[in-house]
Design a protein around this ligand. Structure first.
Ligand SMILES: Nc1ncnc2c1ncn2[C@@H]1O[C@H](COP(=O)(O)OP(=O)(O)OP(=O)(O)O)[C@@H](O)[C@H]1O
Ligand SMILES: [Mg+2]
Length: 508
C-alpha cells in the first residue's frame, strides 16, 4: 500500500457514544498524497466524527492513525497541526471583530510575535499561489460566507498544512463561489496538498479523485468515480435505491391570499436597509420560491415576517390579519412556521435536550401542561416518537443535549417540530441545507404534500434546482429588492441566474 503514496491511513478506528451509538466502527480509511478525496454518507453516518478524530478533537476508543507509514500520536488539534493536518469546520471558527490578517495570525502557537509586515507578505504570497483572494484588512463580519471560507483555508495554509479536511465546504456556497472553490482545490492538489472533503452532493463527489462512503459508522467502500454511477453511490450510502422527485404537475391555485407583504423595509445587522420595499403575495397552497445569492436580504425578509426582526416601514398580513411587528408567538399562533437558515443559532437551543427543543414552541399549550406549570413529557413522547420515525431522525437519547445529534439530524428535528402542527404558511430558509440525498428528497416531498393540503410556502433557497422543482412562482431578490417575479413555466434558469447576479433584464 505504501508504494501508492498513502499519506494518511486509519486502522480499525472505533468511536462509541453511550448509550448505543458506534459513530465509527473499525474504520480503515486512507488518503493519498495530492488527492481530492470525497467523503459521503447519510446524516449521522459518522463523517464528522472520523474527521474530528483525525484532527485530534476526539479520541477514538480503538484504532490507530498512520502518517506516511508511521504511527501517529494525535491527542489534540495541536498534535494534528504538528503532523500538518488541518480541519475547517462546518461552522467557521473565526473572530468576527478581528481583521483577516489578525485571524490568520491568531492562535498559531509556534511563534509568539508575528511581525505584521512579515505576516502580511506571507499571506499575500499564499493568496496569489492559490487564488484565494480576500481583503486582508477587512473585519470578518464584513465578509461573505465564501470569503470567510477562504480565510479559513488561508489560515490552514499559513500554518503549513498539507492535509486539509473540509466539513461540508460547499453547502454554504453560491453556485459561482462553488466553481471558484473547486479551482482552489485543484491548485492545492497541484501543490501536493491532500484534501478530504465531506459533501452531500453526488455531482461533487463524482468530480473528486476517490470517494469513500460511510454508512451507520462503517466504511462501505472506497471507489474511483469512473467505476460507479450516482445510483450505485446512493445505494452504497443508504443501502437501497430511492426514487427521486422529478417534476411537479401544474396545479390550480385558489385565489385566497394567505400572505400579503406591502412595501416592506427592514434594517440589516449593519444598519443599512437589507430589505428595500419588497411587495409580493402568496395564495393558499402556493409555493413562492425566492432565488438569490445569500446576503441579498432574504434572511432579513424571512425574519421580519416571523417577528424576529423589527419592520421599519410597510405591512405584513396573514389572511387579512395585520402581523406587522407583532411578537413571534402571536405570529406562530396565527399559523406561521419557520425553518431558519442558521440552525445552531436560531433553530435550536444547543444545550437543551432533544425533547425540550422539540417542544419549544408548544410546551405552553394547555393539553401539555398540568396546572399550567408542569410540562407533561409523557404526552409529548408519542408525538415525538412519531416524528422521529417519520423523519428518520437518529437520536441517541431524547434527554441528551441537542448538540449530540449530527448536523443533518438537528435540521431534521427542526423540520419535524415546525411541521408537527398544521400551519397556514411555512417560511423555509434553505430547508435542505446539509441534508443527505434521501432526506433532501423526503423534505422536498413533505413540503409539496403540505402545499397540496393548502399550506402556502415561502421557499428561500440558493439551490436553483430546488427552486425550480418545487415552486409555482419564482421571484429573484437582489440587494434587498425583488427584481422579478415569474410563473414557473415562464422562468428560465439563465434569466434567473442573470438576475441573481444583478443584471437588468427588460420585461422582468
Ligand atoms: N458528543 C456526542 N455524543 C453522543 N453522540 C454523538 C456525539 N457526537 C456525535 N454523536 C452521534 O454520532 C453519530 C455520527 O455523527 P456525525 O456527526 O459524525 O455524523 P455525520 O456523518 O457528520 O452526519 P451529518 O451529515 O448529519 O453531519 C450520530 O448518530 C450522532 O448523533
Ligand atoms: Mg457532519
Amino acid at each position: 500500500m505504501t508504494s501508492d503514496n498513502i499519506i494518511l491511513e486509519t486502522r480499525n478506528i472505533t468511536k462509541f457514544f453511550p448509550p448505543n451509538i458506534y459513530a465509527n466502527y473499525k474504520i480503515n480509511f486512507n488518503l493519498k498524497e495530492g488527492e481530492i478525496h470525497a467523503l459521503l454518507g447519510e446524516n449521522g453516518a459518522g463523517k464528522t466524527t472520523l474527521m474530528r478524530i483525525l484532527f485530534g478533537e476526539l479520541t477514538p476508543d480503538e484504532g490507530e492513525i498512520y502518517i506516511k507509514g508511521k504511527k501517529a500520536r494525535i491527542k489534540s488539534p495541536r498534535d494534528a497541526i504538528s503532523y500538518k493536518i488541518w480541519m475547517v469546520h462546518q461552522h467557521f471558527r473565526l473572530v468576527e471583530n478581528l481583521t483577516v490578517t489578525e485571524n490568520i495570525a491568531l492562535g498559531l502557537a509556534n511563534k509568539i510575535i508575528h511581525p505584521e509586515k512579515e505576516v502580511e507578505s506571507k499571506i499575500k504570497e499564499i493568496m496569489e499561489t492559490y487564488e484565494l483572494r480576500v481583503d486582508i484588512n477587512a473585519k470578518i463580519w464584513q465578509l461573505s460566507t465564501g470569503e470567510k471560507q477562504r480565510v479559513e483555508i488561508l489560515k490552514a495554509l499559513y500554518a503549513g498544512s498539507k492535509i486539509l479536511i473540509l466539513d461540508e465546504p460547499t453547502s454554504v456556497l453560491t453556485p459561482l463561489e462553488r466553481e471558484r472553490f473547486f479551482k482552489v482545490l485543484k491548485k492545492l492538489k497541484e501543490n501536493r496538498t491532500s484534501i478530504i472533503f465531506i459533501t452531500h452532493k453526488l455531482d461533487e463527489a463524482m468530480k473528486s479523485d476517490r470517494i469513500t462512503v460511510l454508512r451507520k459508522g462503517k466504511l462501505i467502500a472506497t471507489v474511483y468515480p469512473y467505476e460507479i454511477d450516482k445510483n450505485e453511490l446512493v445505494k452504497m450510502m443508504i443501502g437501497k435505491n430511492i426514487s427521486f422527485l422529478t417534476t411537479k404537475n401544474k396545479r390550480s391555485i385558489s385565489n385566497k391570499k394567505v400572505l400579503n407583504v406591502k412595501n416592506l423595509w427592514v434594517l440589516g445587522d449593519r444598519g443599512v436597509y437589507a430589505v428595500q420595499g419588497a411587495t409580493f403575495e402568496l395564495k393558499e397552497g402556493e409555493i413562492l420560491g425566492i432565488a438569490g445569492v445569500a446576503g441579498n436580504g432574504q434572511k432579513e425578509l424571512a425574519e421580519a415576517i416571523v417577528g424576529l426582526r423589527p419592520i421599519s416601514k410597510g405591512e405584513i398580513y396573514i389572511c387579512e390579519k395585520n402581523i406587522t411587528n407583532k411578537p413571534t408567538r402571536f405570529i406562530y399562533d396565527n399559523g406561521v412556521a419557520f425553518i431558519p437558515e442558521d440552525r445552531i443559532g436560531t433553530g435550536v437551543i444547543i444545550d437543551l435536550s432533544v425533547i425540550d427543543n422539540f417542544i419549544l414552541k408548544t410546551y405552553y399549550l394547555p393539553e401539555y401542561t398540568k396546572h399550567k406549570i408542569f410540562i407533561q413529557y409523557n404526552k409529548f413522547l408519542n408525538t415525538f416518537n412519531d416524528a422521529v420515525k417519520k423523519y428518520g431522525i437518529i437520536v441517541p437519547n431524547p434527554y441528551f443535549p441537542v448538540k449530540t445529534l449530527s448536523g443533518g439530524n438537528i435540521q431534521k428535528l427542526i423540520l419535524a417540530r415546525e411541521l408537527s402542527k398544521k400551519h397556514k404558511l411555512i417560511i423555509a430558509l434553505h430547508p435542505t441545507y446539509g441534508l443527505d440525498v434521501a432526506t433532501t428528497n423526503a423534505v422536498r416531498k413533505t413540503l409539496l404534500e403540505e402545499s397540496m393540503r393548502g399550506t402556502s410556502i415561502l421557499l428561500i433557497s440558493e439551490d436553483l434546482e430546488e427552486i425550480f422543482l418545487l415552486s409555482d412562482k419564482i421571484a429573484v431578490m437582489y440587494r434587498g429588492k425583488i427584481v422579478g417575479v415569474f410563473e414557473k413555466e415562464k422562468a428560465d434558469l439563465h434569466t434567473i441566474g442573470l438576475l441573481m447576479a444583478g443584471e437588468e433584464i427588460r420585461g422582468a
